[in-house]
Design a protein. Structure first.
Ligand SMILES: [Mg+2]
Ligand SMILES: [Zn+2]
Lengths: 99, 506, 504
């Protein structure tokens, strides 16, 4: 068995900003536990001498010249805004601090 | 007059350029077909209300003597994962209901520039997470072969649209098999290009290092034609390959002669388990190999010892990247907002994401958040990235001795709607044969190999080639396709039940 | 907000050793953003742009959008790394730092994590008394800035008590280099001054490279100051606080002093310091607690899959190294020796921020002492009086030309000051001002002799004294002549002629 507990799932919900109900936490705990048991086997073959691959096709130094190009009009920026004021997006009060 | 919807895109394009048919006529025929059958199939989330205008513009330009692309005037269905300026783009999610993109995905822009006529946006598992299209927030798509069965996923809408003759061509995206597995269960053709072969710009990201956009069609040639339109380097996607690609349509035409099969070395993976594969799927696979062998191909047993870790690695990498890619859906700039009276913006974000995401999406976000969190990264995400290296090495070793690798495209034929929905693990195993290509970035194609004896449902065979060798897949795929269609006496889809406005075959 | 108790600074230093650390964010002044082709608000030409007018899809995290790295931002980052004495990584990578905040369009920041572009450097800083201190640099990495939040409602305009907030994504995606120091030991009572000098040194470096506007009041340069105290004799480091976004050099100095005094009280009373971010308040000169470090700081870093490694070829690094300007600290040392200034004279120039001006004036032909005199004297006086920058009042060429006029005897000191005023008022070059105002020294001996003879005639007693050999008595006559000539005479020549006429 893996170490997935309801408390861990609840914590992951906070990190992922998903308000999970108790029922969801319970269901996810069981499902994740089963999934993690199955996927944990990657560590069997992932030995220290095997390098990690983060891009399937190895490339490097892909750059864009520093030349102004397409940007959105303010109307396009705001076209899907759930709420806006003064040309900006509007959100309700912020509790936490900036990072 | 012939039913325009039954024509391949290549044949329709010929009629259009010869002036036998107008794009308006072709487009209207497909819109009529959608009206007639989509109530049953539900392949489309949105049907364009100006397709005919676009078509008539193409007709006007053609009449004016403008030189147009090979597919100009041919209708195209677009998976809803691709953003479009003139139709909503939801990626199958409630959280993006009604979302209008201020820009077109590169593949969409290229299709428009080539004169294709967007018909509408096709259904999909929410954010492309699934193998059945049952995870769409807008209801499932049904398999035209049996309306009680799944059309595959995540791109079930695109596959069902072409299989039910609602569109000759469609665009899909493939993160772990989402183009190839739907092709397998619907008797159609689907190709996942080499990673970077087609731009991801404007494809709503699921797992950035795995996602590829590709063609969904009824014939190999049609795939090649569409791939020629959408492929090639794009400065807006850093992972796009600056590669000089050959014409894939030309490769398909060349392959159709069958010459390519002479001396072709086809690798068959010895570790691929017999168990877990439906008998009819294995039989169809072996029969296809035998047919190729009879034309001079050589079947070579190869070893890919790390493929069995592919599913596990995939279900770590995908959720990890997805958990980050889907963080942008937070109610601030676009999409759903669930108000929380007296709540802070954090509360609003959390409530919105709870209400806006379906169960499978939440499951994978939580799993990915776990796989990336401090203390687990090395064991999970880090290890999965190492498995990726091992799988690439397996491919390298195999391709040293074979030209292509062949596998069944998926373990079973189309299963019943609801059959696996409550068992995520079983659902995940559907992708066992398609996932390695995404992990390694190599191209893969699924073409119909026949029907399973036990249920009469379509089966696909998958070919894999080394990175950059997409053209090889078109040659081999077209060769086998020609052979099989000849032996069947016509396309496999001719044997699909007739759908009608009265409810089809349910 | 409860008022913090503070310990006397010297007393705090008696009990505790302060350990400092800095994270400085530099906004690069590229034309476009780090990952998009939208205009960069940190580029002078885009200053003051309206909200959400400099936004590309990726800056606000639109579905389907992708980042592409700005080549110039990479070059600037390498140059800055080299100027900080860092090694440039043969291969570095971008990573995603995942956290939710409304100013972050994607809800992750593209940054660099375990593979920064530059690492292991050092910066030499100079205190006002000329002491040199080496600050060890751990790393400099590339990342993107976040958007801007405006808090509306409530009384303070701060987060607390605001009813709602407005988000502008112009700043989102502005290229940043974050420079992180290693812990700085041995600062002792100079800790506040070191903090200020360090930020000044970074500012000098980025300005000499021309890669940032470096205006702290605009947020082009932002400093987070880490301060911890440990009891004298203790090996283990104390718990540190991180005071965020201190936006002037003077504030950096004050904030460090404040934190030392605040932490000392708590530790001396047996309390513990909470590891937290703190906010600096310019108005009250205090810090207040922000967010404590917690589980929520699990940023789930992983390599950015949308971007590829940056592996600068050695030729590029060599090219950028060859193009580096002389390091500011070394340049200062060289100039001081070349000019032969005393410590005090040199500090005067440095503290006035007039090093480049004096250097250019010397290069234009003026003697170092004269160049220093004009810039730190008359020009600084006018600038202070008008609330302007001395460097805006005149060019080095103007000052050198002015001094040449003095040297040739065409102007005396008093006239030269008037000419400079004209130059500062935009009346043209010194020669143009001289011509327009008619300020040339009278060099016509005839006119001078007439004035001298008048003066001698009206002061016969003085004439007698001069004739008696009391040469210093000539001063009174010279004064009268200068007055008669309205100052437009060369005093030395007048003196010569007075003695000549008196002898006749
Ligand atoms: Mg920091
Ligand atoms: Zn930073």
């Amino acid at each position: 068995m893996s170490e997935i507990t309801p408390d861990l799932v609840r914590h992951l919900g906070v990190l992922a900003r998903i308000q999970l109900s108790d029922e969801e936490v319970e269901r996810l705990t069981g499902q994740l536990d089963a999934i993690v048991d199955n996927i944990a086997k990657v560590s069997e073959v992932a030995t220290a001498e095997v390098p990690a691959t983060s891009h399937p096709i190895a490339m490097q130094n892909i750059f864009r010249p520093d030349v102004a190009g397409e940007q959105l009009t303010p109307a396009q920026v705001l076209q899907n805004a759930p709420d806006a004021a003064d040309g900006r997006f509007r959100v309700t009060a912020i509790l936490g601090e900036e990072q | 007059m012939t039913d325009l919807t039954r024509l391949s895109a290549a044949a329709l394009a010929e009629k259009l350029s010869a002036g036998d048919v107008s794009s308006v006529e072709a487009t209207q025929a497909h819109l009529d077909r959608i009206s007639a059958v989509d109530g049953d199939i539900h392949a489309f989330l949105h049907v364009s209300d100006h397709a005919l205008e676009v078509a008539s513009d193409i007709d006007r330009r053609r009449a004016a003597g403008e030189s147009l692309g090979a597919l100009a005037g041919v209708p195209l269905a677009i998976k809803d994962v691709l953003v479009t300026t003139d139709m909503p783009s939801t990626s199958g999610s409630k959280i993006l209901e009604g979302y209008m993109s201020p820009y077109d995905a590169t593949v969409v822009a290229r299709a428009r520039a080539a004169g294709l006529v967007p018909l509408g946006k096709t259904n999909m598992d929410e954010f492309a997470m699934g193998s059945s299209t049952e995870h769409s927030a807008y209801g499932p798509t049904r398999n035209p072969w049996d309306l009680d069965r799944i059309p595959g996923g995540s791109g079930g809408g695109s596959a069902a649209a072409v299989a039910s003759f609602e569109a000759p061509l469609a665009l899909g995206s493939d993160t772990g098999g989402s183009i190839r597995q739907p092709a397998h269960v619907t008797g159609t053709v689907g190709l996942k290009p080499t990673y970077g072969g087609v731009s991801r710009y404007g494809a709503i990201a699921l797992a950035s290092s795995l996602d590829q956009v590709g063609p969904v069609t009824r014939t190999v040639l049609d795939s090649g034609l569409l791939h020629d339109v959408i492929g090639g380097h794009d400065i807006n996607d850093s992972t796009s390959l600056a590669h000089a690609w050959p014409s894939f349509a030309a490769a398909a035409r060349e392959g159709a002669s069958g010459e390519v099969l002479k001396g072709l070395r086809i690798g068959v993976i010895k570790e691929l388990p017999d168990s877990g594969f439906q008998a009819g799927v294995s039989e169809s696979f072996r029969a296809a190999l035998a047919a190729m062998e009879a034309q001079g191909a050589e079947i070579v047993e190869i070893s890919a010892p790390h493929f069995e870790y592919g599913v596990a690695a995939y279900y770590l990498i995908l959720p990890a990247e997805a958990s980050s890619n889907l963080a942008k859906f937070d109610s601030v700039r676009f999409g759903l907002r669930v108000d929380v009276p007296g709540g802070t913006v954090e509360d609003v974000m959390a409530a919105t994401r709870d209400a806006g995401f379906g169960d499978e999406v939440k499951r994978r976000i939580i799993l990915g958040t776990y796989a990336l969190s401090a203390g687990y990264y090395d064991a999970y995400y880090g290890s999965a990235q190492k498995v990726r290296t091992l799988i690439q090495r397996d491919f390298d070793a195999a391709f040293a001795s074979v030209d292509v690798i062949a596998t069944p495209s998926a373990p079973t034929t189309a299963f019943k709607l609801g059959e696996k929905i409550d068992d995520p693990l079983q659902m995940y195993l559907n992708d066992v044969t398609t996932i390695p290509a995404n992990l390694a970035g190599v191209p893969g194609i699924s073409i119909p190999s026949g029907l399973a004896a036990e249920d009469g449902l379509p089966v696909g065979i998958q070919f894999l080639a080394p990175a950059h060798e997409d053209a090889r897949l078109y040659r081999v795929g077209a060769a086998l396709e020609a052979l099989l269609v000849d032996s069947w006496g016509g396309p496999l889809l001719d044997r699909a039940p007739v759908l009608g406005s009265n409810g089809g075959s349910r | 907000m409860a008022k913090d108790k503070l310990m006397d600074f010297d007393k705090a230093l008696e009990l505790f050793e302060p350990v400092l650390g800095f994270e400085v964010h530099v906004e690069l002044n590229t034309e476009t953003k780090m990952f998009s082709a939208a205009g960069n608000p940190a580029h002078e030409s885009n200053h003051g742009a309206g909200p959400n007018t400099l936004v590309a899809p990726v800056d606000m995290g639109l579905p389907g959008s992708l980042p592409v790295v700005n080549e110039t931002a990479v070059r600037y980052s390498i140059s800055l790394g080299l100027a900080l004495g860092c090694s440039i990584a043969p291969s570095s990578r971008f990573a995603r730092k995942n956290y939710f905040y409304p100013d972050l369009g994607k809800n992750y920041q593209i940054s660099q994590y375990d593979e920064p572009i530059a690492f292991d450097g050092e910066v030499e800083i100079e205190l006002t008394d000329g002491t040199l201190i080496t600050v060890p640099i751990e790393r400099a990495h590339m990342e993107e800035d976040a958007g801007k939040l405006t808090h509306v409602g409530g009384s303070t305009g701060r987060i607390q008590g605001a009813e709602y907030s407005l988000v502008d994504y112009n700043r989102a995606g502005v290229p940043l280099v974050e420079i992180v120091t290693r812990p700085i030991f041995g600062a002792e009572h100079r800790a506040p001054e070191i903090a200020k000098a360090y930020v000044q040194a970074i500012r000098d470096i980025v300005l000499s490279l021309g890669i940032s506007e470096a205006r702290m009041e605009r947020g082009n340069l932002r400093c987070d100051a880490n301060v911890s105290l440990r009891p004298r004799g203790q090996e283990k480091l104390g718990t540190r606080t991180e005071t965020k976004n201190v936006n002037s050099m003077r504030s950096v100095e004050r904030a460090v002093r404040y934190e030392i005094q605040r932490q000392a009280v708590i530790l001396a009373a047996g309390g513990t310091i909470i590891q937290e971010t703190r906010h600096w308040h310019e108005d009250t000169g205090t810090t207040s607690p922000g967010r404590p470090k917690s589980d929520a700081d699990d940023y789930r870093y992983f390599p950015e899959p949308d971007l590829l490694p940056v592996a600068p070829p050695q030729e590029l690094i060599d090219e950028l190294r060859a193009a580096l300007p002389e390091p500011p600290a070394i340049r200062r040392r060289r100039l001081k020796a070349d000019w032969g200034f005393t410590d005090l004279e040199f500090q005067d120039v440095v503290n006035g921020g007039l090093l480049a001006e004096v250097e250019a004036t010397v290069a234009a032909g003026a003697a170092p002492a004269s160049a220093r005199k004009w810039w730190t004297g008359e020009l600084t006086r006018i600038a202070n009086a008008q609330g302007r920058e001395a460097s805006d009042l005149a060019t080095a060429a103007d000052v050198a030309a002015l001094q040449a006029l003095v040297d040739s005897g065409a102007l005396n000191d008093k006239l030269a000051r008037q000419v400079l005023e004209g130059v500062a008022a935009g009346e043209g070059t010194p020669q143009e001002v001289v011509d327009a105002r008619g300020l040339a020294v009278v060099s016509d001996d005839g006119a001078l002799i007439a004035a001298i003879d008048d003066a001698l005639a009206s002061q016969p007693d003085v004439l007698a004294k001069i004739r008696d050999g009391k040469v210093q008595a000539a001063g009174a006559v010279i004064g009268a002549v200068m007055k008669a000539m309205k100052g437009q005479a060369d005093a030395a020549r007048v003196r010569e002629l007075v003695l000549e006429r008196a002898a006749q």
